[in-house]
Design a protein around this ligand. Sequence first.
Ligand SMILES: [Zn+2]
Length: 232
Amino acid sequence: MKEVRNWLLALDELFFPRPLECVFCGERPGTDLGPCRTCLDSLAIAWQRMEVQGYPCFSLVPYRGFARDLIHKMKYHGGYRIAQGFSRLLGLALREELSVSRSGLLVPVPLHASRLEKRGFNHAALLADGISKVWRLPVSSRVVRVRPTKPQSGLTASQRRRNLRGAFALVPGENWQGRQIVIVDDVITSGYTFSTVADLAAAQGGRPLGVFVARTEMDGGGKDSVEKLQTV
Ligand SMILES: [Zn+2]
């Protein structure tokens, strides 16, 4: 048993060599977790379990301050190392929270092709790739965005729902029946994007749950979202 553990630890080392520099600031030496102590303190990790439309969801931090700046950098300035840092923290935290099914699948929330082309990468896919290294679960790219959508921010609850109608589709060819489907994205706001993808997974017999770096305080989503985004 001990040998297996040592072997896993060695694998962890292989996938995540201790960074010389912090994965977030690149200035101070990193800890075993990736970020330096100062960045870890500034991040103010406050793990939260929520339920969104009946699906369990987990997030690492509130979307504000240093965490918000980092997420912005990750999305708009090619923050590959930042995504690696967040996914390691998320992967380790979630492993404490629930038993990760061996048959599970990681599903990043997709960007529409036009936005992907503009940005060059999908940050949710980077996060899912990082988590897959902690859990050794495959990443599925079968959920696709078939219709471009407006940014959800600034829309009312009913506009958000309308905005996402028919936006996602599932490319057939993978059996999701009974499997844990871990949907990954950077931020959860009203939860409509997540629940649209989760409904798609549930319709295939999957057991969806959500993992996010950050959660916004309930603003802009209206009363509707407050009712559905309950902290448990
Ligand atoms: Zn740092």
